[in-house]
Design a protein around this ligand. Structure first.
Ligand SMILES: Cc1cc2nc3c(=O)[nH]c(=O)nc-3n(C[C@H](O)[C@H](O)[C@H](O)COP(=O)(O)OP(=O)(O)OC[C@H]3O[C@@H](n4cnc5c(N)ncnc54)[C@H](O)[C@@H]3O)c2cc1C
Length: 306
């Protein structure tokens, strides 16, 4: 018997349609805007059920299924949704962004066109100090009185580097060579298309506190302005399972269990085994893992065992 197929309608999400093409401003001169999209929360559950029966299940059941999929990392249904963004971003941020290989990218060409005449500016109160616990991160701020001088130097440097570039172009130097001394703070633009599964992976890594402040601003904007409107059930589930959730290693679970049992000698033994305390019993200030464990204990309002 011949199989019957009902007519399908293209999925539209009214909340996202309302902001289609509208730029969400990020940093001093950057933005993210939605160019196009495919799918919605229902496309995810539809793919999971491999059925065309839109509206046959209640919203509550859809949400439960979607949460199940995310919780158990059954990721392929999330790949049914796609998002195309137009972004404007400083080149140092772009350099981190482009490491996410699962997107389709087309970037503004400074071989073909004149480089965008805009560079990310840093206000005197925005210079950050080097973190002492995380070699890749920053913590705290530079004194604004010192920041004044740093900002003045930056402004002068941006002016000089642009002047140099413009003079090379005027002298007839090829754009591909004239650009070589532009700073990494120079803005670039790109079209960036990615499926929802890989976008959530990008957001998990780039909204995380250890990611650089600047890329976090873009990730937070995509999450709070775009994902929230586009796939609200996924947005909620992602907060629950990725942002507000915590994972514990086997060792951490052992330590917490011994803590609850009041077995401090065993806790000490475990700390020793993993180098969290040194021979003299003092805590190992260089252990990043111990630092992160104590952060988790703080979040749970649990005392430090040692
Ligand atoms: C806080 C932070 C610090 C970082 N520091 C550094 C650094 O110091 N130096 C540095 O070079 N990078 C650094 N990175 C970049 C990081 O190592 C990843 O390259 C980047 O986050 C992209 O992640 P991904 O490969 O998971 O994502 P995607 O490229 O989007 O890939 C998604 C997933 O697809 C799979 N995949 C994709 N391509 C391949 C492949 N060729 N082979 C196998 N599996 C594949 C993997 O499972 C991967 O997780 C840092 C990232 C973060 C978030």
């Amino acid at each position: 018997m011949e199989q019957k197929f009902e007519k399908l309608e293209k999925t539209r999400v009214a909340e996202l349609d309302e902001v289609l093409g509208q730029p969400f401003h990020v940093l001093k001169d950057g933005f993210v805007r939605v160019v196009d999209y495919m799918g919605s929360d229902s496309s995810i559950v539809q793919a999971a059920r491999v059925s065309y029966g839109a509206g046959t299940k209640k919203l509550r059941e859809d949400e439960a299924l979607l949460r199940y999929l995310l919780r158990h990392r059954h990721t392929s249904p999330f790949e049914m949704c796609e998002l195309k963004l137009h972004i404007r971003v400083p080149m140092d941020v772009w350099r981190q962004w482009i490491r996410h290989r699962t997107a389709n990218v087309n970037e503004y060409s400074t071989r073909y066109s004149i480089a965008i005449d805009s560079a990310e500016h840093t206000n005197p109160g925005e210079w950050r100090t080097q973190s002492l616990t995380n070699r890749q991160g920053s913590a705290g701020s530079i004194d604004p009185s010192i920041g004044e001088g740093l900002t003045a130097q930056e402004t002068e440097f941006h002016r000089l580097s642009r002047e140099l570039y413009d003079k090379r172009i005027e002298a007839g130097v090829a754009r591909e060579q004239a650009r070589k001394d532009l700073p990494l703070s120079t803005y670039t633009e790109a079209y960036w298309k990615i499926d929802l599964h890989n976008l959530l992976h990008f957001l998990e890594l780039r909204m995380e506190i250890n990611a650089q402040y600047e890329i976090r601003q873009y990730a937070n904007t995509i999450f709070n302005e775009i994902i929230k409107r586009w796939v609200p059930l996924t947005y909620k589930a992602f907060i629950d399972y990725m942002i507000e959730a915590m994972t514990f290693s086997g060792l951490e679970i052992k330590v917490i269990t011994e803590m609850i049992l009041g077995n401090s000698a065993k806790v000490k033994e475990l700390y020793k085994e993993f180098g969290w305390i040194k021979g003299d019993g003092a805590k190992n200030a260089n252990s990043r893992e111990l630092f992160e464990f104590e952060e988790k204990l703080e979040k749970l309002s649990l005392p430090f065992p040692l």
